[in-house]
Design a protein around this ligand. Sequence first.
Ligand code: HEC
Ligand code: HEC
Length: 433
Amino acid sequence: MVYFLYRQKTSCAFFKTMNLFRFATANRRVTHPQFHRQFLTRVAMAAGVSLLSACGGSGASSNAGSATGVDTGMSAAAQVGQKIFADVTLSASGKMSCATCHDPANAHAQTNTLSVQLGGANLDMPGFRAVPSLRYLDKTPAFAFGDDGKPLGGFTRDGKAPNLAVQAETPFMAAHEMANNGRADVVAKLQRASYVNEFKNAFGATIFSNVDSAFERALFALQQYQLEDSDFHPYDSKYDRFLAGKATLSDSELRGLALFNNPTKGNCAACHISKKGADGSAPLFTDFTFDNLGVPRNKLIPATAAADYFDMGVCGPDRTDLAKRTEFCGAFKVPTLRNVATRKVFFHNGQFNNLRDVVNFYVRRDTNPEEWFPVGTDGTIHKFNDLPAAYAGNVNVKEVPYNRQPGMAPALTPSEVEDVITFLSTLNDGYKP
Ligand code: HEC
Ligand code: HEC
């Protein structure tokens, strides 16, 4: 469908492949040499259809793919993408843009404390998942299965979108988001946009003669904006400075970092990678894998009023291609923890609204399940109540810090939890010494 858009220069392909190599080597599940090879083959394939587009457009105008923006350093496509990202007129309500939910002023995540946002023509249709930050997604590989048979990469919390351009179609159309009535509806609105001439300059004077071409160019522009604007990946946190030897962490931050990395304490770095890559690349605090944390059901999501409604991530129902892979029911993408202290709600269903509850959930989920899950009148604790009973066994109960039983001590003491939280704040962008 949109693949024809992605004919790109070889130098760009090489650049992106090298970037991808960087994270491939940092992956916790990448231990086997053969895995490396197969993974890189897949990466190259993914690059062929999607990531090459990072280097610019193939539109009619010669400047679409080059860095013509003297002020911003962004391509013409990316500059148009920035306008589209903030344009509320592209929604049925006339009040909602990408930036409404992914506010650049809050690390491109939501600014309110709602578990799920309200969209649609009247801004009264509740969504199904909490809004993720859009930062540090530029190195995410396309979705694929590793040699260990486990899913890896992809966009959205279930990995269903292969690249940022394809992903961007969903919010334009979703009834609970921008709620447009098909591609022609969006394109008609684009033609009335204040920046329509910039759009034509970037993609050709006749771009609007074909609805699909025009729409796919808009998606491409949004992708380029997210890839090219350094606001989406500034690497200017206190922790980045610390890794560069330009800042010192406080005692509490250092203790928190050690607990975060310690395989017998927090063990957080097993999934949220905290060390530089072999080539010196900055850590992204995700290994792009999926895991099943058994997060409690969030009753604040209206859809949960139906007892048989379950958001099971990789196996559906929102994602449809892996419905039969029931071993992945309940698995969600490991998100980056960069800027996590600025998030208003946490986990795919926005179940928690502060980091203390999140870190406590990690270490007390199994030692004190009554703190997190409903307790019946007979005292039975309904653990992992946001999954159908048949899939409760998919929840990760083996890795530290989950490998506990009631009566055991949590992996972190209350003061250690505080240290981890203090450390997590060093991952906020925009550190001012
Ligand atoms: C009503 C709020 C809302 C609006 C408007 C919105 N998004 Fe999102 N966005 C979300 C939610 C919720 C998710 C998580 C969806 C999922 O996991 O299925 C998400 C996910 C994403 C992701 C995937 C992030 C990841 O971690 O893989 C990208 C990229 C994204 N949105 C970009 C956009 C763009 C571009 C627009 C505008 C065209 C947009 N969003 C409009 C709420 C919104
Ligand atoms: C086995 C892999 C794994 C380990 C170990 C792990 N996490 Fe996570 N983490 C995840 C996954 C998967 C999610 C997303 C779950 C979801 O959305 O339901 C997540 C989400 C989070 C979030 C919420 C981020 C957001 O934007 O909503 C925080 C905070 C977090 N983890 C912190 C930690 C800390 C602190 C530790 C160590 C105590 C840790 N994690 C250990 C896999 C892991």
